[in-house]
Design a protein around this ligand. Structure first.
Ligand code: CA
Length: 246
């Protein structure tokens, strides 16, 4: 199954080889079990401002920057973009609620994935649409030595954000590698689309409430139910990659 995923990737992206040197990690829903707190705080904030939404909607928007999410809500409800003032005040309100609700728990299995990835001497980088300092500042404590600030791509670094390939292209640049020399780990359909659009082999972990099919349709090359399952299978992925090169 992994072999087949690799050959489909190479064919679709027109690469001749997959030779990973860097692994690009999304944050919410991958490194932190935080998405339900994001969904709750977005939904409550939207409702306070009479913006049409459902809690589920924010799993489909997941990966977008705050500004982009707010614009989507304004377009749906008022058929216009939000103003700068609206974007700032709504994002602050959402971030304050998130900080109140979030328990800061690391995603089960994520530390195991990172330890396994490190044991293969692969670089690890963060590529997130988030601008939540409360989590970004915790990374060093929860995943010591894994993510250095100079090599992070956050909501503050990007212009377009996911699903545009920009954040992952910036991640490749910061890692100093090409698309066929990286792997993306994502949990959201929009994040998967961004990884695939950047030409990178993209592994989805379905840690949220959406159907697997949504992630596969977004273009995920491999799909795991959670980070623990991914950690357990990492050696098989590396073996299949080795074999695909011979
Ligand atoms: Ca995510």
């Amino acid at each position: 199954m992994i072999q087949k995923a690799i050959s489909q990737y190479l064919q679709k992206q027109q690469h001749t080889r997959l030779t990973p040197k860097a692994i690009l990690f999304d944050m919410d829903g991958v490194l932190y079990d935080s998405m339900r707190f994001h969904a709750r705080s977005w939904y409550e904030t939207a409702t306070n401002h009479h913006l049409i939404s459902t809690p589920q909607l924010f799993y489909l928007y997941e990966g977008r920057t705050g500004d982009s999410t707010i614009n989507e809500l304004y377009q749906t409800t008022f058929h216009r973009d939000a103003t700068e003032e609206e974007k700032q005040s709504i994002y602050k309100e959402k971030a304050d609620l998130f900080n109140q609700y979030n328990d800061g728990k690391a995603m089960p299995g994520a530390a195991e994935v990172l330890a396994t990835v490190k044991s293969y001497n692969l670089q690890t980088l963060l590529v997130t649409g988030s601008g939540q300092h409360s989590l970004i500042n915790k990374l060093e404590k929860d995943y010591p030595g894994c993510f250095i600030r100079e090599k992070m791509v956050t909501g503050y670094d990007v212009k377009y954000g996911k699903p545009h390939p920009e954040p992952y292209l910036m991640g490749l640049e910061k890692a100093g590698v090409q698309a066929h020399e990286a792997i993306v780990i994502e949990n959201a359909p929009i994040g998967v689309r961004a990884g695939v659009a950047a030409g990178i082999f993209t592994i989805a972990v379905n840690t949220g409430p959406l159907e697997d099919q949504v992630l596969l349709e977004a273009g995920a090359n491999l799909l795991y139910p959670n980070m623990t399952a991914l950690a357990k299978d990492w050696s098989n992925i590396m073996k299949a990659i080795q074999e695909s090169q011979s």
